[in-house]
Each structure stands twice: as structure tokens, then as C-alpha cells.
Design a protein around this ligand. Structure first.
Ligand SMILES: C[S@@+](CC[C@H](N)C(=O)[O-])C[C@H]1O[C@@H](n2cnc3c(N)ncnc32)[C@H](O)[C@@H]1O
Length: 234
């Protein structure tokens, strides 16, 4: 058995009970150090822990796949939810195993942000730049989302200088592409663990620096009017 689970945005209290049960019953727990640390209190002493980083993830996942094929119950833990900025890692797990694997969703940093900042999914688009490959289509999509008067929840890319696309770069790119400097912008850091929040405009964001563990909300300039029934007169 092998299952990939979303470990939530940082605090173990945000982990679904079913996922906690899977970890308690596992023979092998694998994942990036910071994510495994989130679920560490649930890992049984008898379980093998397979830690990895960007550089050795392929080799370590091959080791996990061998344990899975040998009959061990394996759990691979993902940051937040698997379905937002987690699919490339899922692809690596499945490539190592040689078949599709079961997944269990987790609570995403995007969901916690939506809750803290009180935005509705229906009127919001989710975009991540924290992925390998060509970011151009995602950048273009973000411009279209804002032109369409929707909110955008954006995961920046914190990698090396050549690829880094952090809130300041995102803001500068949007301004160059005709998005209003007045667009209300928020950056939230370390959600569920010592949170920090910044509120300003897109123009102000272009001069700000944030940590790797940050997520951005760019609000529409024209929020939708309520579409529920009119309130009854008193
Ligand atoms: C590879 S993405 C994974 C996102 C994850 N799958 C999710 O659903 O939240 C990692 C990035 O997500 C953002 N992120 C994850 N957890 C966060 C948190 N607790 N607070 C703020 N940003 C977070 C950061 O930008 C981080 O570098």
C-alpha cells in the first residue's frame, strides 16, 4: 500500500483525522523534512522515516517505491493540499512506483488564506508559480484573471535568483502588463504557525520582501455585488 496525503499548512491541528490514522498505521513515512516534521508526533517508533530534499527526492522516492513493492504500508506526506502546487511531486511518486497511487486531500495554505482574508472560492482563481517548467502561461493567466475582475490567490516561487518569482516580482510583472497599481494586495506568511500579514497595493508590494513561506492575495478592484435575495424590509 502507498498513499499520498496532504499534511496541511503547518500546524498538525489542521490534519484530517483519516490522515492521522494512516500515519499511525504506517510502516514507512516519507517526505520533505519540513513536512514530515509537521506530522512527527504521530509517527510510530517502529516506522521507517525517509526524508528528502529537492536534490535527492528522485532517489529517495525510488527507495520508498521499493518498500511499497515489498509490501510495506507507505505514506508520502505533502505540504498543504496535494492538488495545489503538489502535482509535480505526485508525478515523481507515481513514476517511482510505476503506477497511479491513492491520494488523500489536505487543507491548503490557500484555504486558510481564503478563510483569514474572507474571500469566496467562486470569485477567486488559484495560481502557483512554485513549479518546474515554463511559467509563462501561468503569468499570462494571472493577468487575465485580474482583467476579468476576479481575485487571485498566488503561491510565489522562492527558488534561486534566476527563477525567483516572489511577491515583489509578481507585482512588478503585473504593473508592466497593465494591471492597476491600486489593486488591493495582501501577503500572508506562516499561516497556522506564527502568522504575519501585510496589506497594501500592488504598487507598494513591488518594493516589499517576504519569506519563502508566503502566499499572496490580489483582490479585484470591483468585488461582485451580492446576488442573494433582497433583505425583507423591517
Ligand atoms: C510547493 S508549494 C505547496 C503548497 C501546498 N500544496 C498548499 O496547498 O498549501 C509551497 C509554497 O506554498 C506556500 N505555503 C505553504 N504553506 C504555507 C503557509 N502555512 N503559509 C504561507 N504560505 C504557505 C509557500 O509559498 C510555500 O513556498
Amino acid at each position: 500500500m502507498i498513499i499520498c496525503i496532504g499534511a496541511g499548512p503547518g500546524d498538525i491541528g489542521y490534519l484530517p483525522q483519516r490522515s492521522a490514522g494512516l500515519i499511525r498505521d504506517a510502516d514507512v513515512i516519507a517526505g520533505f523534512d519540513a513536512v514530515v516534521n509537521v506530522v512527527r508526533p504521530l509517527i510510530p517508533a517502529r516506522a521507517e522515516v525517509v526524508l528528502m530534499g529537492y536534490k535527492d527526492q528522485v532517489a529517495q522516492l525510488e527507495h520508498v517505491a521499493r518498500l511499497h513493492h515489498a509490501g510495506k504500508r507507505c505514506v508520502v506526506v505533502f505540504m498543504g493540499d496535494i492538488h495545489f502546487s503538489g502535482f509535480q511531486y505526485l508525478e515523481r511518486v507515481e513514476r517511482a512506483c510505476g503506477h497511479p497511487v491513492e491520494t488523500m486531500p489536505g487543507l491548503s495554505s490557500a484555504q486558510v488564506l481564503a478563510s483569514r482574508a474572507r474571500v469566496c472560492f467562486d470569485e477567486t482563481t488559484f495560481i502557483t508559480f512554485h513549479r518546474r517548467g515554463d511559467l509563462t502561461p501561468f503569468k499570462r493567466h494571472l493577468v487575465h484573471v485580474l482583467e476579468d475582475q476576479r481575485n487571485a490567490i498566488v503561491i510565489p516561487c522562492p527558488w534561486d535568483a534566476a527563477r525567483s518569482f516572489m511577491p515583489c516580482h509578481i507585482a512588478a510583472y503585473l504593473l508592466e502588463n497593465g494591471i492597476s497599481p491600486a489593486q488591493p494586495t495582501e501577503v500572508w506568511e506562516n499561516l497556522t504557525r506564527g502568522e504575519a500579514e501585510w496589506h497594501g497595493t500592488l504598487a507598494e508590494c513591488a518594493d516589499k520582501t517576504f519569506s519563502d513561506m508566503s502566499i499572496m492575495l490580489i483582490r479585484t478592484l470591483q468585488p461582485m455585488a451580492s446576488q442573494i435575495e433582497p433583505a425583507e424590509a423591517a
